[in-house]
Design a protein around this ligand. Sequence first.
Ligand SMILES: C[S@@+](CC[C@H](N)C(=O)[O-])C[C@H]1O[C@@H](n2cnc3c(N)ncnc32)[C@H](O)[C@@H]1O
Ligand code: SF4
Length: 406
Amino acid sequence: MIEELSEFLSKGPAWIWGAGLLGRSLYSVLKRNGLSGQVAGFIDSNPTVQGRSFLGVPVEGAAAIGPRGRVIVAAAKNVEAIYHRLVDSAEAGSENVFDINRYPELGHWSIEIVGACNLKCPSCPRGNFGTVAGKRVMRPERFAAIVDHIAKIDRGTSYVAIYNWGDTLLHPNLKEILDILNERLFYIAASSNLSMPKPNLETIAQELRCGELRISLSGFTQEVYGRSHRGGDIELVKSNMRQLRACLDAAGNHDIQVKVVYHVYKHNAHEVSLMKEFAESLGFVFDPIKAILFPVEHMMDYLDKGCSSSEDFNNMAEYMLEPLRQVLRRGSPHSICKFWKQNNIDVDGAVTLCCITFDRTRNTIAHDVLAEGSVGALLARKRSHPMCSGCMSHSIDQFVWGDLWV
Ligand SMILES: C[S@@+](CC[C@H](N)C(=O)[O-])C[C@H]1O[C@@H](n2cnc3c(N)ncnc32)[C@H](O)[C@@H]1O
Ligand code: SF4
């Protein structure tokens, strides 16, 4: 795809439609490949991000495209509608529109830098799958070797997520981890529950510019939040959010995207607007998402046997906005999983099947990523993995990807 993009951009500057994770990480891919000079700016329909900038490149509304403007579509939602609107409009025409979703090779990597979490949420395997002893962290030297290896075997890497089931902010050498990615011009995705005393917010504010920080939560008051974020303290989270705003202002960091991800269940839907107001008052993007129950192993047992081995998981199923079986009925037969284009590395350097399975006795597809020579070889192992046929037959992958909610 880099070659095709290079050719498209050689004909003139273009806008990137989408100032979220996809659009901004695409910009970093272009930067790594010496093509970012041809980007006119970002287009985004969300008015709260219009007027901002990312690495000096402005974010505007669609009106900025102008007659015969050229566009690269890198939106996460409503992609078909955006594409057709652009192509059908007298202003663009198909030769002026490049849809990155038609090129499957732009994948991302997630590297678990901390194999532990401070909370035990009942909808997450950290809370519902039995504990993994001790806090295990990936050392910066090992992390650097892995990132260099990724750069070698996957030129199309759009971003590197430094979490899967662990919490980014628990890493004791976070600055070194971020430096490694910054030096190599990788877009960074970090995620935290922020429910911890003294998280390293100064480091985030100073070093996380080319990337995003997700703040995951599920309520505005303690009574509501504590039910789904077990062990968490929402007042501590709010105080850390205020502190983060102060650190970002002090560091002059206008590039980071801070996204407050609110997991919506039946029990907390009435507090969404309170958190939205609070998050937006701090200048953060607010992103409410319908809560999901993890991991795949429990979901399959729940569907096949009527319940999973986890009481927590079974209880939380009652809190989902729509019953799991009802949502899954909207799935369609398929044989390709969208998660296959992501690659996941656990804290010990092993490659796991995907980011939504958890049981290492079943989901390990390579014991050491450094011994793997190509993404294609990993993909072949995913395609024939027994867990995938079960997952796809229930359309669990489509559900978690977000394709089945209405
Ligand atoms: C398992 S968390 C681990 C990272 C970090 N501890 C956190 O809480 O953000 C990884 C991602 O999964 C998302 N997530 C966790 N539980 C979820 C749920 N029940 N429904 C939807 N997304 C969830 C979080 O928002 C987060 O970005
Ligand atoms: S089919 Fe399911 S288990 Fe297999 S990679 Fe996709 S999401 Fe993971």
